[in-house]
Ligand binder design. Structure first.
Ligand code: ZN
Ligand code: ZN
Length: 264
């Protein structure tokens, strides 16, 4: 391991066609940039995306997998899909269920289907004893209500790519969630989001790229990849007024704890 390796990307879509075509080079650049672990998330489109994600994690000791149904695809979250996810979760490389959640901004699936898929994946996370990874867009109150009702999985949960304000962060923290910030914190327009960064206790803070989406400044508009996460760590450290290496060590430890990772 590179002794400078002190970063982690807790949420990237390595099976996405944009990344998969060049995956070996992308993983090489991530390692060179200091990433010691990545959590690759399936959950986009069909179960094949989850299967490919698990296969990538099985081939690479520093890549772990999350499997689930994105709220955009919630209308496809039937009994068969839950059974397929349950089977995939037999692999020790699968460290979380998700991303699940609610997206009332794009509304690609009806609200009722999104809420049902969220409940079922929370139940699956309880059953297979993994944390849940949550995608939440313009649906904070509803999301909090459903998680309170069904119960947080014993292994906990992550609000990925948090885009709310300080009040929403406090609400999610009170339920027990970790809060993960993406490259959006580097965007000029994200002043309200930046105000939420110091609200999160150091032991509940995570960072991610959500690659291939949401490349941070100064790469905005490019295909995002895990190597770009260094920029997000820089901005988080500045906003929290703390040492960047200490913050990175803290976030690696948090990722290892919530996802039960053995740092490579
Ligand atoms: Zn998402
Ligand atoms: Zn994602």
């Amino acid at each position: 391991m590179n002794p400078q390796s002190n970063l982690v990307d807790t949420h990237c879509h390595l099976a996405d066609p944009k990344l998969r075509v060049d995956l070996e080079a992308i993983l090489d650049r991530a390692r060179t940039a200091g990433l010691r672990m990545m959590v690759a998330v399936g959950a986009i489109g069909s179960i094949e995306c989850d299967r490919e994600t698990v296969a990538i994690a099985e081939r690479n000791a520093d890549v772990y997998a999350a499997v689930g149904v994105h709220p955009h695809d919630a209308k496809d979250c039937d009994d068969e899909r839950i059974a397929q996810l349950r089977d995939l979760a037999q692999s020790s490389r699968v460290v979380a269920i998700g991303e699940s959640g609610l997206d009332f901004h794009y509304m690609h699936s009806p609200i009722e289907a999104q809420e049902t898929a969220l409940r079922r994946q929370l139940e699956l996370a309880h059953e297979v004893n993994r944390p849940i990874v949550i995608h939440c867009r313009d649906a904070e109150a509803r999301l909090a209500a459903i998680v309170r009702e069904v119960g947080m999985p014993p292994r906990g949960g992550v609000i990925h790519c948090f885009t709310g304000d300080a009040a929403a962060a406090r609400e999610f923290l009170a339920i027990g969630f970790y809060i993960s910030f993406s490259g959006i914190v580097t965007f000029k327009s994200a002043a309200t989001l930046r105000e939420a960064v110091p609200v999160v206790p150091a032991e509940r803070l995570l960072a991610e790229t959500d690659a291939p989406y949401l490349a941070p400044e100064p790469y905005r508009g490019k295909v995002n990849e895990p190597a770009f996460i260094a920029r997000t760590f820089d901005v988080l450290a500045r906003l929290r007024n703390c040492d960047r290496d200490a913050l990175a060590a803290r976030i690696v430890a948090n990722a290892a704890r919530i996802f039960n990772l053995a740092p490579a």
